[in-house]
Design a protein around this ligand. Structure first.
Ligand code: FAD
Length: 240
């Protein structure tokens, strides 16, 4: 398998960096090929603007999706976007490695998504969800949190972690067609003791070795929705 890890942590000695290093080692040892985009080390520019393009269709009014489509057709994405798109096309499995920041991903990773998941290149023209550009590929979030598992349970103060991650898992990864694996979550790593952290690293190794057999999250299929209203149809209302 070809695995592409997008790593979003600024500290090489962090637990997130330990998780990415372990992933590289374990997967390589198991015969897989790994590429890592270490966004801070690359000084990846997360700001999405005119600089995404080497030329534009309309210099008077920047409409990002129009320009993305144009750049896709004319090969005029900026070099850093083109390089990341090539890694996406190359991989069988995409992993996002990041600490949970404000119930979401760090801005550098969100900016990577904003710039690289470009219309024309990875979605558009009816390519979404089950029909998405990356159908047949898998993706997984590997996230660390400050809060413990209890506070992220369905009845916990912060709410269910799966609801917290839904915008990333469903709104980004599944939107562009990936089969999304259940997230790997290392809870409360800053306050955890060495044994807990060591157990998380072991657990992650097992998850990595089962990337190709782990059942993805069972999202409803496109045919479960009325194509006029995109409302979920009850089974008895379906014609399929
Ligand atoms: P680190 O603090 O770098 O590491 C934790 C510990 O692991 C350290 O003691 C380190 O030495 C040790 N370690 C490193 N490598 C290894 C190894 N190989 N083996 C064993 N131990 C090792 N949390 C929430 O829950 N929800 C939020 O919404 C949220 N928002 C935040 C917003 C911001 C802007 C920030 C800065 C933090 C936020 N947090 C939040 C907390 C954040 O999620 C955690 O601080 C983060 O997940 C911890 O991961 P880390 O990699 O930075 O850990």
């Amino acid at each position: 398998m070809k695995v592409f890890i997008v790593h979003a942590h600024h500290e090489p000695r962090s637990f997130n960096s330990a998780l990415t290093r372990i992933a590289q080692d374990v997967l390589t040892e198991a015969g897989h090929t790994v590429q890592v985009s270490d966004l801070y080390a690359m000084k990846f520019d997360p700001v999405s603007d005119r600089r995404n393009f080497t030329s534009v269709k309309n210099p008077d009014y920047l409409k990002q999706q129009v320009e993305e489509q144009y750049a896709h057709e004319t090969g005029t994405f900026a070099a850093d976007i083109t390089a990341e798109l090539e890694k996406l096309e190359w991989c069988d499995v995409l992993i996002f490695q990041f600490p949970l920041w404000w119930f979401s991903m760090p801005a550098i990773l969100k900016g990577w998504v904003d710039r690289v998941f470009a219309m024309g290149a990875v979605y558009g023209g009816g390519r979404w969800y089950d029909n998405g550009h990356f159908q047949g590929k898998r993706a997984m979030v590997s996230v660390t949190t400050g809060g413990g598992p209890s506070i992220y349970s369905p009845t916990g103060l912060h709410g269910d972690i799966h609801q917290v991650l839904y915008p990333i898992n469903h709104g980004i990864l599944h939107f562009v067609g990936f089969d999304v694996l259940p997230p790997f979550i290392a809870y409360g790593v800053s306050r955890a003791d060495d044994t807990d952290r060591s157990n998380y690293l072991k657990e992650y190794q097992q998850r990595l070795l089962n990337l190709d057999t782990t059942p993805p999250i069972a999202y409803a299929s496109l045919t479960d929705y009325d194509p006029e209203t995109w409302q979920y149809r009850k089974r008895r209302d379906r014609t399929d």
